[in-house]
Design a protein around this ligand. Structure first.
Ligand SMILES: NC(=O)C1=CN([C@@H]2O[C@H](COP(=O)(O)OP(=O)(O)OC[C@H]3O[C@@H](n4cnc5c(N)ncnc54)[C@H](OP(=O)(O)O)[C@@H]3O)[C@@H](O)[C@H]2O)C=CC1
Ligand SMILES: O=C1O[C@H](COP(=O)(O)O)[C@@H](O)[C@H](O)[C@H]1O
Length: 509
């Protein structure tokens, strides 16, 4: 791996401590960091190299999945860490930093390959990019990369504006826009699931698929992020980025030799085929909700409007469900249902691909226990890919039908975390699992009428009790098509014999 200088804005912040240092440490332990690697941490706090290293060590003890048990490897790892006080708005600080960086590169006799990681609020992205360029930090005799955290814009206009400003300092191929859902191990495995299995490729069309359900439920509420969350809501926080990325990853058809360019090109094509919804029609295919008081795992919790830092009159959405259609030959007629929300019954992120019902034979009755085939991609907190198929129990006269689930990826324990995958990819210059500007722009374009409709209150804000699966309207959205959300832990109305069985089955998944 090429020698790299990692320049970390926001080195004293929460994300760095919880995600970035543990990810770098795990890469180090796995031998996936460059031999010549230096990290310059930046912030306004008057830390020294020593106090910075102590903070990093603490974060490893607290947050590394490996637990940082091996004191020697931790010491060796943090030796690569330096700290420099820098105020984002002060050009002079960048020039000082340049001297330090050049000094280190000369000491190690390495090219100036510089990775700038922006783990700071989005209001700083433009200023940092401009100052990197103005100070000469970006004019290197090696490569330069900009890794940038979400959110990328607040709406279509601000995202375009931000992109225009960033592109004055960095070319598109130098910008790595993080969407941590793309770093999740199961999401990354979706690519190979399709590529290496002709069976999957063959089935991946509207001929066999009835509908696709993409769900990201969280049991937590707004937590300590009221100031941020109340301005973005579920639509900007999760839907515009993570959920639409999952939709793209599900809907693409990948060639065998898929390069980063091809994957991103295919994703762009999916977004271009997504049927746009007019502002006035949003209410027909989008449900918005806000949690009211309720209980999560037996503990009472307050409603959103009573959370600390939230105005009692807040009209912010904490839940969104939507029905989307992709107008291309592969997916025409297949609804993609997406939902995400806070203070839901459980934490669960999954994609369920429901296949069309088998051709009914006169001797088959649905009461006999035949269920649709389902491909279930569990992204978190558990990770699995399973295929539900129907089997017949042995017994007199042929027994009963029963769905079973086949594990398609046994033996994938101890997966790396999303940030390990993504930072490793950025160090390697692999942008496959980062959001290209085209995808980001098209996502904002699709979401903009929803933002406008919410802003103008054209869509009702439905209360839902904390600890449930959201407003009943979210179930009705699917029921209109004769569908239902799979695996919500509640009984489905079925024949008496199967009802108990289905409930037990659902509750287990
Ligand atoms: N925390 C999380 O779980 C997640 C965060 N993100 C994104 O990551 C980014 C960082 O978030 P997070 O770590 O939580 O934020 P924090 O508020 O914890 O940290 C902000 C960082 O920015 C630095 N900073 C702020 N102002 C300046 C300035 N004028 N000059 C220099 N440094 C400055 C702070 O350093 P100092 O105080 O020393 O100046 C601090 O290191 C945001 O874009 C956020 O949206 C994305 C996903 C999850
Ligand atoms: O980006 C975000 O994601 C988290 C959920 O991530 P997950 O990996 O735990 O599924 C969400 O809580 C947060 O509000 C949002 O900003």
């Amino acid at each position: 791996m090429e020698p790299t200088t990692f320049i970390m804005f926001g080195a004293t912040g929460d994300l760095a401590k919880r995600k970035i240092y543990p990810a770098l440490y795990n890469l180090y332990v796995d031998g996936k960091l460059p031999q010549a690697f230096t990290l310059f941490g930046l912030g306004r706090r008057e830390w020294t190299d020593e106090s910075f290293r102590i903070n990093v060590e603490q974060s490893l003890h607290q947050f590394s999945r490996r637990g940082a048990k091996d004191a020697e490897s931790v010491k060796a790892f943090v030796r690569a860490f330096r700290y420099s006080v820098l105020d984002i708005g002060r050009e002079d600080d960048y020039r000082k930093l340049l001297k330090l960086v050049e000094g280190r590169e000369n000491e190690l006799s390495i090219p100036s390959n510089r990775l700038f990681y922006l783990s700071v609020g989005p209001e700083y992205f433009e200023t940092i990019a401009a100052n990197i360029q103005a100070s000469g930090l970006g004019s290197a005799n090696g490569w330069k990369r900009l890794v940038i955290e979400k959110p990328f814009g607040h709406d279509l206009r601000s995202a375009r504006d931000l992109n225009r400003k960033l592109s004055q300092a960095f070319a598109e191929e130098e910008i790595y826009r993080i969407d941590h859902y793309l770093g999740k191990p199961v999401v990354q495995r979706m690519e190979s699931l399709q590529q290496t299995n002709p069976v999957m490729q063959a089935l991946w069309t509207n001929r066999y698929i009835s509908n696709v359900q993409i769900t990201a439920l969280e049991s937590v509420g707004v937590e300590e992020r009221a100031g941020y969350y109340d301005h973005v809501g579920a639509v900007r926080d999760m839907f515009q980025n993570h959920m639409l990325q999952l939709l793209m990853m599900t809907a693409i058809h990948l060639p065998h030799d898929s390069s980063s360019e091809k994957v991103r090109f295919k994703k762009k094509k999916v977004m271009e085929s997504l049927e746009l919804v007019q502002k006035e029609d949003v209410g027909a295919s989008v449900i918005r909700g806000q949690y009211s008081e309720g209980s999560i795992q037996g503990k009472p919790v307050v409603g959103y409007a009573s959370e600390p830092g939230i105005a009692p009159s807040s009209m912010n959405d904490t839940f969104i469900a939507a029905r989307l259609l992709i107008d291309n030959n592969d997916w025409r007629g297949v609804p993609f249902y997406i939902r995400t929300g806070k203070r839901m019954k459980e934490k669960s992120t999954k994609i369920v691909v429901e296949f069309k019902e088998p051709v009914k034979q006169p001797w088959m009755k649905i009461e006999e226990g035949i269920e649709p085939n389902l491909l279930v991609i569990e992204i978190g907190p558990e990770e699995s890919i399973t295929l539900q198929i129907n089997t017949k129990e042995p017994g007199p006269n042929g027994g009963r039908f029963k769905p079973i689930r086949i594990d398609l990826q046994a033996g994938q324990a101890d997966s790396p975390e999303a940030y390990e995958n993504l930072i490793g990819d950025a160090l390697n210059g692999d942008s496959t699992f980062f959001a290209h500007w085209d995808e980001v722009e098209l996502s904002w374009q699709w979401v903009q009428p929803i933002l406008d409709a919410f802003e103008e209150n054209l869509v009702p804000l439905l209360p839902y009790e904390a600890g449930t699966y959201g407003p009943a309207a979210s179930d009705a959205l699917l029921a209109k098509d004769g569908n239902h959300w799979w695996f919500d832990a509640k009984p489905e109305p079925k024949s008496e014999v199967n009802e108990g069985e289905r409930y037990a089955y659902n509750a287990n998944h």
